[in-house]
Design a protein around this ligand. Sequence first.
Ligand SMILES: [Zn+2]
Length: 370
Amino acid sequence: MSGKPKLRDSVIVQHDGPEVVFLLTGSRVVKRFVVNDHVLKMIPLLDGSRTVEQLCDLVGPGSREAADEVTGALDVMRRERLLSVVDGPADAVPPDDADLERHDRQIRLFQDLCDEGLSADSRGIELQRRLRRATAVVCGLGGVGSWLVQGLAAAGVGTLRVCDFDRVERSNLGRQILYSTSDIGRLKTEAAAERVAVIDPQVRVEPVTRRITSPGDLSDLIAGADVVVGCGDQPSPYVLAGWIAAACMSSTARPAPVPHIVGGSYAYHVGILGTTVIPGTTACWQCVRAETANDHGREGLETIVARRAVGAASAPMSGLVGLALTWEAMRVLAGLPPALANSWSELDFWNLRVDTRAIPRRPDCPVCGG
Ligand SMILES: [Zn+2]
């Protein structure tokens, strides 16, 4: 084994009689090993500052037996994903790099996800760089979109293309925390751009003030995007989701079909997290709708009274949905596996439970099948 072994930051080590207990906080898995004195002495030294040879010398100077035990234990620890895959201190951030300093804690999280084997990259810092290079499109800057824009800006996504046609109203301010009282009457796109510049001036904002009325209205909006998140409610969340999905899956989407997260919304007691579509890999919006359009026994019923034009809402509901979708968008941009793909997820606001229903890709789907 080469390099300087480092115990993962998220692993808690405890001593229990003859056993050492490793608690993996990411997966909540507990691993127990009976260890000898040499290994027990080595574990606190695994901070990424020492080579294997130096560890052997410290644990048992000149002892062949100690060296064999140390290298054997390190092999086991690496197999069990107890060590960081980065050689040397993973958290060594150049003090003069303000961007890395800003995102230091997030890079540590990304590093741990890499160590867990969840990324094709081995270094968390590379995931952060992916975010900085990425373009995310947010369609709808209301209850969900305003949290999303704030979250993506704080996370360090390089370019945010934000689309809405509306102006800030006083009744928005109770839950749309991107805006403040002085923004009343301003275009949401302008107010959002100004707010993002305050959060992180390095984030580029491209405001698009437009009412979306068809998939065609999205073609320039999604061009070159790495992810599109649909979180508007005009004319309805599902109609908008359908338009976004059609534009993103279209053969004219440039330079290729675009990953999209659609359906995000909320009403009264339910937050809709929706679904994530990775073109060519996951079930598409048509597959999801085929499974969910007739949920709640609607098939064959005729609507007499639809839901009210003004729905109930609160900041926590907006925030829970918006920030869940922020994390999902970050995963897509960073190249981590999405959580909401091949499924439909709803958040029960009262019980704080996420109900997720698996939705497979249909082999005969005209959009994603075959
Ligand atoms: Zn499909």
